[in-house]
Each structure stands twice: as structure tokens, then as C-alpha cells.
Design a binder for this molecule. Structure first.
Ligand code: HEM
Length: 420
């Protein structure tokens, strides 16, 4: 495929000897931002652009002022580097956070971040996950039962958007019956965290819905006796609050984060993975022939088209990388989706290959903020693929029914119609 693209970047590389920025052949520096192609709201395919960036400007400053890192090496390095944080450094851009969302674990830094991770760790312990396996398998069986008699159904509406919500409610101890209403109520928070462009009115509405969701969570928490069910996730939060280890607002926004991180990403990942698999008949056949391939298939499908395509970081110091000087307070966007297709790390990266051994997928991030729910997300897709290969072996995509959407940093299918 040939990809032509107007060169849209400012190049602020400096010579190693500290001379002024190199002149480069960029026709229109600073006037063209590619951010809308990467974290927009349309149905654009970002992979050709990533390929161009990796080949020509693996680290470059977009006209919006945001640095884009597209190679695997750079994305890994930035995610691992403590000089980059998910929140701006003190004294630079004032933190616009009237609602206190910055106390979510993903935006925390240093000791506060480590403390929260330590506290959340037991929710994702091996023991906790093993106890969820039977629940997930039962849910998958129930959802597949409901679709089995249908000649055609929307896999997102019927399976991908139900399983992760039920799973995360179970993990957090939320009443199952409230899953659908929590899902609806948390849509605003999902929008806010996605980085998708929003008008002031949309922003205000999303914030209002988020507050309503937090109020629901709070009323649920109030009804819990933290000593009656000590292992219950909500009880652990409440005990920590009573001991003075967490404030009420911090507790609520972290529960909110777990909820949206737990369902939204998994929902999109299931759709992306099933779509990719059904588009590749050889891979789908291989899985049906040998179900033991499921765990490695899940790893590869998650690499191939990750739901979280990018994350944001701020430089806390002036940092020199790859001949570029990123100044304190500037924003950097490690492009996970691009890193996962870097040919320097993955041979034939645009192909699905279950036998891949080399290369570390960055789908779940890297460094101090790497995903805590990785195993849980894998368990859900593994369980679903086992069920689909066995019970719906003739499954295929319905022609012309799929549009992969960008919701800011999150990419995936709002609808995935399949037929048999
Ligand atoms: C396939 C599904 C999932 C994907 C693609 C995914 C992806 C990610 C990524 C890329 C990050 C790093 C964010 C950053 O560095 O800024 C992250 C963090 C996180 N994820 Fe996931 N995630 C998934 C499922 C889950 C699930 C099921 C949970 C469970 C509730 C979860 C909980 C978290 C938490 C708590 C963090 C924050 C860790 C921290 O800041 O220290 N994720 N996830």
C-alpha cells in the first residue's frame, strides 16, 4: 500500500554540538496537526500514518505542540522514564481538575501512586482472578447461548459490552443487577478520559453524568458494612478510608477509574480481536483446529489492534531523546498502536501470527503505570474464543457492517455484526 501524506511536522532537532535547530525540508511547519487522525472521533485507520511516522519522524513535534513517539524503542523508553508523568509538573500548566479526577491511580505520581498500586494489588491477585474464572466462563456460556439461535447478531451489543461490565461489577462487588445502569452512567467519564475532542457543552454534560455515577457509587458504598465482608473490594476501600489512608473523593474516583478501565478497554479489545480474527480465515481456522493456541492467539490479537492506541505524558524535566529536546511541561504522546506494529521488533507486523515469540507488545502499557488488569482482560477474551471456536465455528463478519471508530485514544467497534 502506498501512503502519501503532506509532511505535517515541525522538526526541532538540535545538533549534538548544541547548534541551532537543523533546517529540514518541511514545507509548512506548525500549521498541520495529525492529532485528529490519531485521537479524533472518526473512522480513520491510523496504521498507515504510524508507518510514515516511524519511518520518517519516530519522535517529532506535532503542530499542536504535542510530541509524538512512534517507534517501539521510544514508546518503551518514555513509558519507563520517571521524568515523564501523566500529570503536568508543578508550576507549569495549571492542573484543570475541579472534579478531582487527577487523584485516579493512572494520573498519580511517586509515592502516592505506589501507595495506591499496593492497595489495589490484592484485587488482581492470582487467588482473586482464579475465583473469577468460573464466573467469566459461565457468563460467556450464557451470552453465547443467547446468540446461538440467531443467524446474525451484533457481537458488541450482545457480548462485548456485557461480559466486561459483569466481570468488573463482580470484581468490585457491585450488585450485578446495576451493571447496565452503571454502564450508562459512566459513559461521561469514559468520554472525559478518552482525550477525544469535546465542546465545552459536551464536557460539562460528561462531567455532570460522571458526578451522577459517583453519587450512585457512593450510595452503594454507604450501604456496605466494611467489617461484614472483609475481602469485598468496597470493604477494603472503606477500611482504608476509616484509617485515614484515602479521602472519600479519592476513593470514589479510583473506583470509577477501575470501573471504566475494566470494562471500556476490554469491550473494545474484544471487538477489535474478533474482527481481526474473522478477517483472517487462516488464523480463525488454526484456532478452531487447535484450541490450545488460544492464549497465544489472545496475546497476538491484543498486539495487533490495541484498544488503547496512545497515552499522554508530561516531561517533568528538560529531556534529550533521539536528538530532540523535550522541554519541561511539554506533552508527549507514546503511540502504543504504532509501537506494536514496529517492524524493528515484530517481523511482518501487519500480519497476525500466533507463533510470534519475539517482541514485547505494549498493549497494556509499560513502566510504573502498566495495566493492573492485564490478566483479567486476557481471561475474558480467552474464555470467549474457546466458546466461539467450539459453538460457532462458522462465524463470519457480515459484509459491510463494520466501522472501526476512534474515541480519542480508544479505538474500536461500536457495532460488529456477525453471521453464521
Ligand atoms: C484489553 C483491555 C485493557 C487494555 C488494552 C488496557 C490498557 C491499559 C494501558 C495502556 C494502561 C496504561 C495507561 C498509562 O500508562 O497511562 C492501563 C492502565 C491501567 N489499567 Fe488497563 N487495560 C485493559 C484492561 C484493564 C482491566 C480489565 C482493568 C481492571 C480493572 C484495568 C485496570 C488498569 C489500571 C488500574 C491501570 C492504571 C495502572 C497505574 O496507573 O498504575 N485495565 N491499562
Amino acid at each position: 500500500m502506498t501512503f502519501t501524506f503532506d509532511v505535517p511536522f515541525t522538526d526541532t532537532r538540535t545538533h549534538a554540538d548544541g547548534e541551532p535547530p537543523m533546517t529540514c525540508e518541511i514545507p509548512d511547519p506548525g500549521s498541520y496537526s495529525v492529532l485528529p487522525s490519531i485521537i479524533g472521533t472518526g473512522s480513520g485507520d491510523p496504521y498507515p500514518l504510524y508507518g510514515w511516522l516511524r519511518a520518517h519522524r519516530p519522535l517529532c513535534r506535532d503542530a499542536s505542540g504535542v510530541w509524538l513517539a512512534s517507534s517501539h524503542a521510544l514508546v518503551t523508553r518514555i513509558l519507563d522514564d520517571a521524568r515523564f508523568s501523566a500529570r503536568p509538573p508543578p508550576g507549569t500548566e495549571p492542573l484543570d481538575d475541579p472534579l478531582g479526577y487527577a487523584s485516579m491511580v493512572v494520573f498519580q505520581t511517586g509515592e502516592a501512586h505506589e501507595r495506591l498500586r499496593r492497595f489495589l494489588g490484592p484485587l488482581f491477585s492470582r487467588k482473586a482472578l482464579v475465583s473469577l474464572q468460573a464466573f467469566i466462563d459461565d457468563e460467556v456460556a450464557r451470552l453465547v447461548d443467547q446468540c446461538e439461535h440467531l443467524p446474525r447478531f451484533d457481537l458488541v451489543a450482545n457480548i462485548a459490552s456485557v461480559l466486561p461490565v459483569r466481570t468488573i461489577c463482580r470484581l468490585l462487588g457491585f450488585p450485578d443487577a446495576h451493571g447496565a445502569s452503571y454502564l450508562e452512567a459512566s459513559a461521561g467519564a469514559w468520554q472525559l478520559i478518552s482525550g477525544a475532542p469535546m465542546s465545552a457543552a459536551e464536557h460539562a454534560l460528561a462531567a455532570m453524568h460522571t458526578e451522577a455515577f459517583l453519587a450512585q457509587v457512593e450510595s452503594f458504598m454507604r450501604a456496605i458494612d466494611p467489617h461484614a465482608a472483609p475481602d469485598h473490594a468496597a470493604s477494603r476501600f472503606l477500611r482504608l478510608e476509616q484509617e485515614g489512608g484515602i479521602g472519600r473523593r479519592e476513593m470514589l474516583v479510583n473506583i470509577l477509574f477501575l470501573f471504566i478501565a475494566g470494562y471500556g478497554t476490554t469491550l473494545l479489545s474484544i471487538g477489535n480481536s474478533v474482527a481481526a480474527l474473522l478477517r483472517e480465515p487462516r488464523a480463525w481456522q488454526a484456532l478452531k483446529d487447535d484450541v490450545a493456541l488460544v492464549p497465544q492467539a489472545v496475546r497476538e490479537l491484543y498486539r495487533y489492534d490495541p484498544a488503547v492506541q496512545s497515552v499522554f505524558r508530561y516531561a517533568w524535566d528538560d529531556v534529550e531523546i533521539d536528538g530532540c529536546r523535550i522541554r519541561r511541561g511539554e506533552r508527549v504522546m507514546p503511540l502504543i498502536g504504532s509501537a506494536n506494529r514496529d517492524p524493528a521488533v515484530f517481523a511482518a507486523p501487519d500480519e497476525i501470527c500466533f507463533e510470534r515469540e519475539a517482541g514485547r507488545s505494549l498493549t497494556f502499557g509499560a513502566g510504573p503505570h502498566s495495566c493492573m488488569g492485564l490478566a483479567l482482560a486476557r481471561m475474558q477474551l480467552e474464555s470467549l474464543l474457546r466458546a466461539l471456536t467450539r459453538r460457532m465455528p462458522d462465524l463470519r463478519l457480515a459484509p459491510g457492517q463494520q466501522a472501526r471508530q476512534q474515541h480519542g485514544s480508544f479505538h474500536g467497534y461500536d457495532r460488529l455484526v456477525v453471521e453464521r
